[in-house]
Design a protein around this ligand. Structure first.
Ligand code: FSO
Ligand code: SF4
Length: 552
C-alpha cells in the first residue's frame, strides 16, 4: 500500500505516506491497492479514448464512466473492495471495446497502431489475490523515480481526481462537455506514461487547474439551472421533533429526490456537512420538511450520526467507518460511495431510506433553534457588490478574507477558527467548503447591513468567489492580486488540491494553505510554488494577519 493523497496521511521519520496495512482514514491496504489498479485501468481506457477522438470517435459511456469511477478513489469515498473490482472490470471491458475500434480504424486507414503504455494492455487477473499482485505495478510510486518528479506526478494525479469528482457532480445535473472529457482523457492517458519531464508535468498541473475552472463553471450552471440561485437564508441548526432523514455529501439531486419522496410522510429532512448550502436554493428550500442542518463537518460523523435518531444518506464524500458508532444498519450509500456491509442504493427510489426513518424513533422534542445565515453565492454576491464597493471606497471595509476549504481532525486546524475570530471588524470573511463549521455558528456582526461572514457554499462554489474577485478587480481597475483580498485555505483531500491548482492557474498569488503542506510535495516543489506564486503554509494567526494587513 502507498497512499499519500490527503492531509491526514501518515508522516513519520520512517515513512512518508500511508504504507502499512491501513491508512489513517481506515482504508485497508487491499482497498488502496485495488484502487491503484482501477486507476491504472482507467488510464488505459483514457489512452484509447483520447486517441480515438483524433479520428472523431467519441464514446459517451466512456466519458461518463472514467471520471465517475476515478471519483471512487478519492479520500473517504469508497472502502468496498468488491465495488472497486467491479469498476476495474467495467474499465477492462470498455478499454477492450475502444481498443478494437482503434485497431479497426488503423486497419481501414492503413495505419500502424501506436505502441501504448502497459496500462492500455493489462489483462485483469481473475481472483482477488492475483489482482492484488497485479496492483503492485500500478502503485502511484512505481519504478525508480526522483522524488520531485514523483511529487509532480502525484500533484497531477490527485488534482485530476478532484476534477473528475466535479465532472461527475456536474454530469448528475445534466452538464457534460465533450471538450472537457477529451482534455480529461488526454491528461489521464498522459499520466500513464510515467513521464519524467518536470516542465511537462508542471504545465499539466496548470492545465488541470484550467480544466477544473471550466468544470466548476459547468457545475455552477447545473446547480443554478436546476435549483435556482442561492439566496440569503436563515437555517436552523437544532433538531425538530419528529422522524428524520439526514443527507450528507454534495449531491443535491439526491436531496431533491428524497424531499419529493418524503412529502406528506411526516419525516423531517436535514442537511449535513457539505449539503448545508442546499438550504439556500429556492427549488430545495421550498420544501417545508427540509427543516435545517444537523451536525458539523465530516470528521465528527461517528458521534453525530450515532446520535441521530433516523436514517442517514451519504451521497458523496466524506464517509468514515459507520461500525464505530454502530449505525451501519441505518446509513445508506449512493453513487460512488461505498462501505462494506452498508446498503448501497442505485436508481431513484429511496423507499428503503424512508422505511428505515419511519421505523426509527426520530427526535422526541424540539430544541431551541439556533439560526445561521447562508446563501451568499455568485448572484447574491454580485447583487451586493455595489454596496460592498461603496463601503470599500468609504473606508468601512478594509479587507476581504476568504477563509475556506475542508475541515479535519487535527488540533492545528483551530488556526482557522482563531484566524476568523481575529480578523478586524472592518473586514469581510467569505467562506466555503466544510472548513466553515469551525466558525459558522459564531456571530461576526455586520458592516452597514452587510454580514461580516458570508457563506458562499460548497468547496466547488470557489467558482462564485472567483467571480466576485474578478468583478471587484474590474470595478477597482486592478488585478485580482492587487485587491485587498487574502485567501487562507484549509485543505484535506483532492477536491481542495484541484481548487488550489485552479486558483494558481488563474494567476492568484500569495495564497496561504494549511494546516500542513501536502506530504507529496517535496521541499524543492514547495519552494518553486512559493517563488512562483507566493504560495505558503499558514504560520501563526498573529504573524499572518500582521503580514497580510501590513502589506495591504
Ligand atoms: Fe469537506 Fe470532505 Fe468539500 Fe471535501 S466534506 S472535505 S474538499 O470532501 O468536499 O469540503
Ligand atoms: Fe492515508 Fe489519506 Fe490515503 Fe487514507 S486517503 S490512505 S489517510 S493518504
Amino acid at each position: 500500500m502507498f497512499c499519500i493523497q490527503c492531509e491526514q496521511t501518515i508522516r513519520t521519520p520512517a515513512a512518508n505516506g500511508c504504507s502499512y496495512s491501513q491508512g489513517m482514514c481506515g482504508k485497508l491496504a487491499s482497498t488502496s491497492d485495488l484502487q491503484d489498479l482501477l486507476i491504472y485501468m482507467l488510464q488505459g481506457v483514457s489512452l484509447y479514448a483520447a486517441r480515438l477522438r483524433t479520428f472523431g470517435v467519441i464514446d459517451a459511456e466512456v466519458d461518463t464512466f472514467v471520471p465517475k469511477a476515478f471519483f471512487s478513489t478519492l479520500t473517504n469515498v469508497n472502502f468496498d473492495d468488491e465495488r472497486i473490482v467491479d469498476y476495474a472490470r467495467i474499465a477492462a471491458a470498455l478499454r477492450d471495446r475502444l481498443q478494437a475500434q482503434y485497431q479497426l480504424i488503423c486497419t481501414e486507414n492503413g495505419l500502424v497502431p501506436e505502441e501504448f503504455p502497459v496500462a492500455a494492455k493489462l489483462l485483469l487477473a481473475t481472483t482477488k489475490p492475483e489482482l492484488l499482485v497485479q496492483a503492485k505495478q500500478a502503485a502511484p510510486n512505481r519504478g525508480e523515480v526522483n522524488e520531485d518528479i514523483l511529487g509532480l506526478r502525484l500533484l497531477c494525479l490527485y488534482g485530476l481526481k478532484g476534477a473528475a469528482a466535479y465532472m461527475e457532480h456536474a454530469r448528475v445535473l445534466g452538464q457534460t462537455s465533450s471538450e472537457v472529457a477529451g482534455k480529461f482523457h488526454e491528461i489521464m492517458g498522459f499520466l500513464a506514461t510515467d513521464s519524467e519531464d518536470a516542465d511537462k508535468l508542471f504545465t499539466t498541473a496548470m492545465d488541470i487547474g484550467q480544466l477544473n475552472y471550466q468544470i466548476m463553471e459547468m457545475l455552477d450552471s447545473g446547480e443554478t439551472a436546476t435549483f435556482g440561485h442561492p439566496e440569503p437564508t436563515q437555517v436552523n441548526t437544532k433538531p425538530v421533533k419528529g422522524k428524520a432523514i439526514l443527507v450528507s455529501g454534495h449531491d443535491m439531486k439526491d436531496l431533491e429526490l428524497i424531499l419529493q419522496q418524503t412529502e406528506g410522510k411526516g419525516i423531517n429532512v436535514y442537511t449535513h456537512g457539505e449539503m448545508l448550502p442546499a438550504l439556500a436554493y429556492p427549488q430545495l428550500k421550498k420544501y417545508p420538511h427540509l427543516v435545517g442542518n444537523y451536525g458539523g463537518a465530516w470528521q465528527n460523523q461517528q458521534k453525530e450520526f450515532a446520535n441521530f435518531p433516523g436514517a442517514v444518506v451519504m451521497t458523496s464524500n466524506c464517509i468514515i467507518d459507520p461500525n464505530v458508532g454502530k449505525y451501519a444498519d441505518r446509513i445508506f450509500t449512493r453513487s460512488i460511495v461505498g462501505w462494506p456491509g452498508v446498503t448501497h442504493l442505485t436508481g431513484d427510489d429511496f423507499t428503503a431510506v424512508i422505511e428505515k426513518a419511519l421505523a426509527l424513533e426520530g427526535f422526541k422534542y424540539d430544541e431551541i433553534p439556533h439560526l445561521i445565515t447562508i446563501g451568499f453565492a455568485r448572484n447574491t454576491l454580485m447583487n451586493a457588490a455595489p454596496a460592498v464597493v461603496e463601503n470599500v471606497k468609504n473606508g468601512n471595509i478594509r479587507h476581504f478574507f476568504l477563509v475556506g476549504g475542508c475541515d479535519g481532525d487535527k488540533a492545528e486546524r483551530s488556526y482557522f477558527t482563531d484566524f476568523a475570530k481575529a480578523t478586524p471588524k472592518d473586514s469581510l470573511i467569505l467562506t466555503l467548503g466544510c472548513g466553515k463549521y469551525k466558525f459558522n455558528k459564531l456571530d461576526f456582526g455586520e458592516i452597514n447591513g452587510i454580514p461580516r461572514l458570508l457563506d458562499i457554499g460548497q468547496c466547488n462554489d470557489a467558482y462564485s468567489a472567483i467571480q466576485l474577485a474578478l468583478a471587484l478587480s474590474e470595478v477597482f481597475d486592478c488585478s485580482v492580486n492587487e485587491l485587498p483580498l487574502s485567501l487562507v485555505l484549509s485543505w484535506f483531500e483532492q477536491k481542495a488540491i484541484v481548487i488550489l491548482l485552479t486558483l494558481l492557474s488563474l494567476g492568484v498569488k500569495n495564497i496561504r494553505t494549511g494546516p500542513t503542506p501536502p506530504a507529496f510535495l517535496t521541499p524543492n516543489l514547495l519552494k518553486i510554488l512559493e517563488d512562483k506564486f507566493g504560495l505558503r503554509n499558514v504560520s501563526t494567526v498573529e504573524e499572518d494577519l500582521n503580514s497580510i494587513l501590513g502589506a495591504a
